[in-house]
Design a protein around this ligand. Structure first.
Ligand code: 5RP
Length: 218
């Protein structure tokens, strides 16, 4: 089974958490693409979606799913999104697709975070995947110097502007043994919009696509 087929297993298995007549929080990425395809089969049973990126919004609309402005929704039952890495405590690194800030906002208004991954995303310690940090453009050099002080090696992601008009620094060389503490420290740097560490708001449910089918941890 290919990696994409495992992503598909996970994406389609997440449908069981979608409640009838609800508005669904939808993340971003190649695993979520499969979830969006699955959601398309339920479009007449749900009210619509709140999306975490322009890309997902376009995919949802193309399937005829109404996309609501996040400001018009108080609370969501469920948010379904992928991850770049996830540890046994269900802390995650996200932002490989540069959508981390909107992902964190939609996750914040959701009761349940359902994380959909293939097995390659599961790690014991976060940090092998470079940690994305969304940064206001004028703060790029300052933030990079501060990230070096925290032990990382930041790299400017060339030719990427986020949906919010900012840049991404990818930080290598971190072994993240205390994700909540690092999330706080990086978010406290002036000019940082969001760090792609999801520790204060980790996943509640993890669905892993495998050749034997989807494995669900609640
Ligand atoms: C986008 C993300 C994605 O959830 C993450 O990069 C995983 O993507 P994929 O499902 O394509 O492997 O955080 O910002």
């Amino acid at each position: 089974m290919t990696q994409d087929e495992m992503k598909k297993e996970a994406g389609w298995a997440a449908l069981k958490y979608v409640k009838p007549d609800s508005i669904v929080g939808v993340g971003t990425g190649s695993t979520v693409k499969h979830f969006i395809d699955a959601l398309g089969t339920k479009k007449n049973d749900i009210k619509g979606a709140v999306s975490s990126s322009v890309d997902s919004t376009e995919k949802l609309k193309a399937l005829g799913i109404e996309v609501f402005d996040c400001n018009d929704v108080d609370k969501l039952d469920v948010y379904v999104d992928g991850a770049d890495e996830i540890n046994p405590a269900h802390d995650m690194i996200k932002g490989g697709g540069a959508a981390l800030t909107r992902e964190k906002i939609v996750a914040a208004i959701s009761d349940k975070f359902v994380c959909i991954v293939d097995g390659s995303k599961k790690v014991d310690i976060l940090g092998e995947f470079p940690l994305p940090v969304e940064v206001i453009p004028m703060a790029r050099s300052y933030v990079a110097r501060e990230l070096v002080k925290l032990g990382g090696y930041p790299e400017y992601r060339e030719n990427v502007v986020t949906d919010n008009g900012n840049i991404i620094l990818d930080v290598r060389g971190l072994s993240i043994t205390n994700p909540k503490d690092l999330e706080d420290k990086i978010n406290a740097i002036a000019g940082v919009v969001t760090v792609g560490l999801f520790a204060h708001r980790g996943a509640d449910i993890v669905i892993t696509g495998t050749p034997e089918g989807a494995i669900i941890e609640e």
